[in-house]
Design a protein. Structure first.
Length: 172
């Protein structure tokens, strides 16, 4: 069973924890991370979730994502998720998240990373992932429309692709 650190709205750890599946108290938040891997062609590595997953089974999703477990900082959680879901080692120790999205019960830190991953070298399928592939922005948007990809806002997908080459909210 996963144990999560609880944060306040200012993103300070409260020294309290919550078991995955337990109800949040008012003003309690937890940390979620996503990692979007992009190759030199500008494609994002996407994954198809296993059929037995509690949420979004058999759906395509961003490269990886999940909740940070107690004691992890965002970088550690992102590295662990990439290793667990893809069997790929990534070092994010000196990288800040590219984007943070606040949601009802937490903070979602998104790391955008340029890397060349050789798909045949990944130990897929795994417990969480049944398939991976490189995909363009248009392919992902089409899959969202077809109901085959998690229903992210199109604007988020556009933003992730826009931010793959630079940090911040301004074009160079």
């Amino acid at each position: 069973m996963e144990i999560w650190d609880i944060y306040d709205k200012q993103r300070n750890r409260t020294n309290r924890q919550l078991r995955r599946g337990d109800a949040f108290e008012s003003g309690d938040y937890h940390l979620v991370v996503h990692v979007c891997l992009f190759n030199e062609k500008g494609e994002m590595l996407i994954q198809k979730r296993q059929s037995d997953r509690d949420h979004w089974p058999n759906m395509w999703d961003l490269t990886v994502g999940g909740s940070a477990i107690a004691g992890e900082d965002p970088q550690q959680a992102a590295e662990r998720e990439v290793k667990e879901e893809l069997g790929y080692e990534l070092n994010l120790a000196n990288q800040r998240p590219s984007l943070t999205i606040n949601f009802e019960n937490g903070f979602d830190d998104i790391f955008i990373v340029r890397t060349e991953v050789e798909l045949p070298s990944l130990p897929i399928p795994s417990e969480e992932v049944q398939e991976v592939k490189w995909a363009s922005k248009d392919v992902i948007l089409s899959k969202i429309e077809e109901g085959l990809f998690l229903p992210y806002y199109h604007s988020l997908i556009h933003l992730l692709f826009d931010m793959k080459d630079q940090r911040g909210a301004h074009r160079k």
